[in-house]
Design a binder for this molecule. Sequence first.
Ligand code: GN1
Ligand code: MG
Length: 367
Amino acid sequence: MEKDVRDILSHFMIAGKFFGATPVLTGHINDSYNIYIEGNSEPAYFLQWINNYIFKDVPGLMRNIVAVTNHLSAKQSAGKANAAQLRLIPTVDGEFFFRDKEENYWRLYNYISETHSYDVVDDPKIAFEGGKAFGKFSSDLADLPADQLLDTIPDFHNMETRLAAFFQSVMDDKAGRREKVEAEIAFVEERASVMLSIPEMIRRGEIPLRITHNDTKFNNILFDSNNHAVCIVDLDTVMPGSILFDFGDAIRTGANFADEDEKDLGKVDINLPIYEAYTRGFIASTCKSLTVNEKDHLAFAARFMTFIIGLRFLTDYLDGDLYFRTLYPDHNLVRARVQFRLVEKMEENALFMENIVQSALSEYLTH
Ligand code: GN1
Ligand code: MG
């Protein structure tokens, strides 16, 4: 691996001499490495293999990232964006990615130093800061013309197409796993029509499309040593979407007491103080631009996103684990069950979650 990485890096304009690489194992899609340069104890770069089974148009995806990072850097120089920004390191040919002989695509970022992230959050102050940061991310991109961006994964959070794909996978039963998931199939069937309200509203133009991040796992926020959010990472799916998606996915990940793949479902529950703090932070930085329908569906969006990601894990389980990286045979099923249990917990707390949104709105709209 070291030799390959050294070869790949020789195509990029790096400062200094390659010393070593360590794999970063958090994402489920791309392969990532921290890159060390001789004489430095901290990594200097972040290298990624871009999964072109999932991202069908990598050059187009990279044009998106160039547009987004340039836009954010311009805001940062004007003192308006977060404190640190991802920067693409060009290749020796002046491109922003390198394609090797096997048609693998590679990109290199600067390393954002002295930061850390949280998979699960237990401090409301950190949740508030995270909510503010993801809200600000979408406000910072509000003036980037949406037609400049490609849909890197069409219909990414489209519940209609996700449900259709799921029911197809149930019929096909390619991996012979259907009989293990009858209870989960029933869970999906019971909720499908409620979940379809969001794509219907989007289609009717009642919920606007904005430029959104679309993969707002809480651990995509980097915090500095004072726990200030300084950078948002993982820009592959920045494209037109609903702000509801960005709000919901951060709650799904940050405000669950358990990990995304916790085997003990008894540990799965919505952490309401964390939910409240995140919601206040998010509303603090977005409330002036939210429409009435967006405000009215924020709390539901947490359930919507938890359901849709659970649905995708379950679909992939039925298909035989073709999409998400898995570490053991039932990994996708474990992930799906955690999401569905969390959906149930959110259903039980629906009124409370709604009230929190409303009180945060009245607090910040009067500021
Ligand atoms: C994938 O690989 P990662 O963690 O950035 C997925 C997200 C899911 C997430 C579930 C492009 O994100 O949509 O929410 O796994 N990204 C893509 O953990 O499908
Ligand atoms: Mg991602």
